[in-house]
Structure formats: structure tokens, C-alpha cells
Design a protein around this ligand. Structure first.
Ligand SMILES: Cc1cc2nc3c(=O)[nH]c(=O)nc-3n(C[C@H](O)[C@H](O)[C@H](O)COP(=O)(O)OP(=O)(O)OC[C@H]3O[C@@H](n4cnc5c(N)ncnc54)[C@H](O)[C@@H]3O)c2cc1C
Length: 377
């Protein structure tokens, strides 16, 4: 794989860089991290700005090189990240693009790209997290609708979402992986109740979602009835394989910032600190190469990332925690200043080894599906 820009992409990079330099100073300042309604508006506005300039589709671009240049340049310039648009742009949208009908693509993809609708993910339930196939939310067929009852938990951005990619059990008598369907649920449907949960960092970024006979048109089912487990694997492969690629670039920027701070405040003179920063630099460089490989592989094999995403997710989530632990060491008491963004980022880094499937689960996937080791259970 050629890791340098092909000549035709150099022009794209230069054009994007110039556009970012012109556009970013005109954006309003980002809202407070815990103010989700304001963040929704801010994140949608940014997506619309990208769309109007012809860059709206680049998270999905079929050309891996263009997509990665877009991520590198937007991050390096300090542009807003996807934020509230994470699920829609990075895994619900790509799932609908890969598995939906033409009518479903026409209905749901343009509003995501134009920054008009926010999605959330209703997969986890109390009792069905790592063991996702244990889910019990029930969908009963009633004419041309399903009536859905049950509850979901840890639903990120549920408070500000318009749509939810929802997993339901459509056949309670089938073997557990075979009776599941993947539905698009409007969050304003009757019977949906959202109860925000407060995180360690004080934010209500996720919620419990209670569903009481919620009517969902049968036409909102993506994939065949009871074939939802296969569609779910597509969603998870996007979530683990390519959804975090932009964040790796952001971590590399944070690392450079940290090295500069260490030089200024004298922590650079400590060989242990220097070694930690050096190791992190090597780790994030390797992770960036791995993301390039994952995105290229996905493009070459029909657009859906493979099991390599679990390797990435595993290494990335631990490297991110190391990064913020090292930051605390470099910054000293300043790292405890509650007004500093470092505190929030360090606390939220703890969640990365849990969200999108825990590290233990990723190790099992790598062992069984990649290395062909015998199943442990
Ligand atoms: C910040 C954040 C955002 C999230 N956002 C969403 C969201 O938007 N939508 C959504 O649906 N979910 C979301 N989740 C939920 C997340 O996907 C689950 O927390 C995760 O799948 C783990 O499930 P659990 O919490 O039920 O833990 P459990 O499954 O109960 O696991 C508890 C512990 O046991 C271990 N364990 C369980 N089974 C095994 C096994 N077979 N082998 C080895 N170890 C095992 C786990 O690794 C873990 O350490 C989010 C979570 C976080 C932290």
C-alpha cells in the first residue's frame, strides 16, 4: 500500500486546507461540553457547512485516501468533530447504505449528510451488553406496524436524537441469534420515554430509553425479518473498524501538545516521562497505519470493515487511556483543575475500553475469528 498522497490527492489536500483556514475562524465558539442541545445544534451546523462546501460525504467516501486526508486535515486544523452526528454518520448511515433498500437510502441518508437529523444506537439492554444476543425488547407484528416494548440502556445522545437504530426480538421462539430484527425508530413516536443518566464527568450524554407499545412501520426494518443479527454485525464492524479513525488523528494532536507542554514545564527532563511520550508516539503512529489499512481493506471488500476493527478498537482504547494518564503526569496538579478540558477528557477516556464492546470481548473476537483459536465456551 502506498502511504503517500497520490498526485491528484495533493491538490485536494491543498484545497481543503485553504477552505478550512478560511472557514474555521467564522464558526461560533463550541458550546459547553455538557450542554447537549447546544452541541447538537453546533455539530449539525458544522455538518451542514461541510455539505454546502461539497465535503459532506467524506466520512463515507469510497476512496480511502480522500477520506483519510479529510480526517487528517480537519483534525489538524482543529475543526469540530462529528460529535452528536457520530452514530448517524459513522455507523447507522453506513449500515443503511450497505443493507437498506433504495427507498430507505433515499429517506435516511441525505438528512444525515445535510446535518438535519441525529441518530442514536439502541442496542444495549440491562442484561444484554457483551451478550448482545440476550436482548429481550419485543416487537409484535400488528398489520403494517411492529409494536415494540422493552428498555434500552447507555443510549448515547438519546436526548437529542431524531432516530434510533434499534434491535428488537421479532421471534421469541427462534434460537437467540435468529429471532432479531434491526429497525429505524423515530424518537418522537408515542410510547418512547428517555431518562438521562449522569456520567462520572457530569454529562448526560447517554440515557435509559423505555419503550411501551411503540408503533414502528414494518417498512422501517433494515434487512429481512429475523435477520437482524447479520445486519448488527455490519453495524458493529463500522463502529469498531472505521468510526474512530478521526479520533486517532485528534490523539496525535493532543500528544504533540503534551510534548510541547512537557518541554515548557520541565517534565521533559524526566527520562520516564520522555519514554512514555515516545512510546505513545510510536503507538499512535502504528494505530494511524492500522486505520489506513482498515479503511483500505473495507473499500476493497465492498465497503464493510472486517474483524481487523477489533484489533484497532482494542489497541486504540488502551492507548487513549495511556495518553490521558501520561497527561496527568506531565501536567501535575493542573490536571486536577476542574475547569480544565483535560479532566473531562481523562474521565471520558475510561469509557473507551467499555463502549462499542469491552476489551475482553474484542480479545475473544480476535482469538476466535482472526487467530482461529478454539472457542472458550
Ligand atoms: C460511554 C459509553 C457509551 C455507550 N453508548 C452506547 C450506545 O449508544 N448504545 C448502546 O446500545 N450501548 C452503548 N454503550 C453500552 C456498551 O456497548 C456496553 O456497556 C458494553 O457492550 C458492555 O456491556 P455491559 O455494560 O452490559 O457489561 P457486561 O456485558 O455486563 O460486562 C461486564 C464485564 O464482564 C465482561 N464479560 C462479559 N461477558 C464476557 C465474556 N463472555 N467473556 C469475557 N468477559 C466478559 C465484560 O468484558 C465486562 O468487563 C455505551 C457504553 C459506554 C461506556
Amino acid at each position: 500500500m502506498d502511504l503517500d498522497d497520490p498526485p491528484e490527492q495533493r491538490e485536494f489536500r491543498a484545497r481543503l486546507r485553504a477552505w478550512l483556514a478560511r472557514t474555521l475562524p467564522t464558526l461560533p465558539p463550541p458550546p459547553a461540553p455538557a450542554d447537549w442541545p447546544a452541541r447538537r445544534a453546533h455539530d449539525l451546523r458544522w455538518q451542514r457547512t461541510l455539505y454546502d462546501a461539497g465535503y459532506g460525504e467524506l466520512h463515507w467516501d469510497a476512496s480511502p485516501t480522500t477520506r483519510l486526508i479529510f480526517l487528517e486535515e480537519t483534525e489538524a486544523a482543529g475543526a469540530p468533530y462529528v460529535g452528536a452526528n457520530f452514530v448517524g454518520l459513522l455507523h447507522a448511515g453506513p449500515t443503511i447504505a450497505a443493507e437498506g433498500t433504495e427507498a430507505q437510502r433515499q429517506r435516511w441518508l441525505p438528512p444525515i449528510l445535510r446535518g438535519e437529523e441525529v441518530w442514536c444506537q439502541g442496542f444495549s439492554e440491562p442484561g444484554a451488553g457483551s451478550d448482545l444476543a440476550a436482548l429481550r425488547t419485543r416487537a409484535r407484528r400488528d398489520g403494517d406496524h411492529y409494536l415494540v416494548s422493552g428498555s434500552k440502556i447507555w443510549t448515547s445522545h438519546a436526548e437529542v436524537a431524531d432516530w434510533c437504530e434499534l434491535l428488537v426480538r421479532t421471534d421469541p421462539d427462534a434460537p437467540r441469534h435468529r429471532g432479531i430484527s434491526w429497525l429505524a425508530m423515530p424518537m418522537d413516536a408515542p410510547g418512547v420515554t428517555v431518562r438521562p443518566l449522569r456520567t462520572l464527568a457530569g454529562s448526560t450524554e447517554f440515557a435509559e430509553v423505555f419503550l411501551d407499545d411503540v408503533p414502528i412501520p414494518v417498512g422501517n426494518r433494515v434487512g429481512a425479518e429475523n435477520d437482524g443479527w447479520r445486519v448488527t454485525m455490519v453495524t458493529l464492524s463500522f463502529e469498531r473498524g472505521t468510526a474512530f479513525v478521526g479520533e486517532v488523528v485528534a490523539c496525535r494532536r493532543v500528544l504533540r501538545q503534551l510534548a510541547a507542554t512537557a518541554r515548557e514545564n520541565g517534565r521533559w527532563d524526566d527520562p520516564v516521562v520522555r519514554r512514555r511520550l515516545g512510546r505513545l508516539n510510536a503507538e499512535f503512529r502504528a494505530l494511524w497505519r492500522l486505520t489506513q489499512w482498515n479503511v483500505s481493506e473495507a473499500a476493497a471488500t465492498g465497503g464493510v470493515p472486517g474483524v481487523g476493527g477489533s484489533v484497532f478498537k482494542l489497541r486504540y482504547s488502551h492507548a487513549r487511556q495511556d495518553l490521558y494518564d501520561t497527561a496527568a503526569d506531565v501536567l501535575g496538579p493542573d490536571a486536577l483543575d476542574l475547569d480544565s478540558p483535560w479532566v473531562l477528557d481523562r474521565l471520558s477516556s475510561l469509557s473507551y475500553t467499555i463502549a462499542a464492546g469491552t476489551s475482553q470481548i474484542q480479545r475473544t473476537i480476535v482469538a476466535e475469528r482472526m487467530l482461529g483459536l478454539p472457542r472458550g465456551r
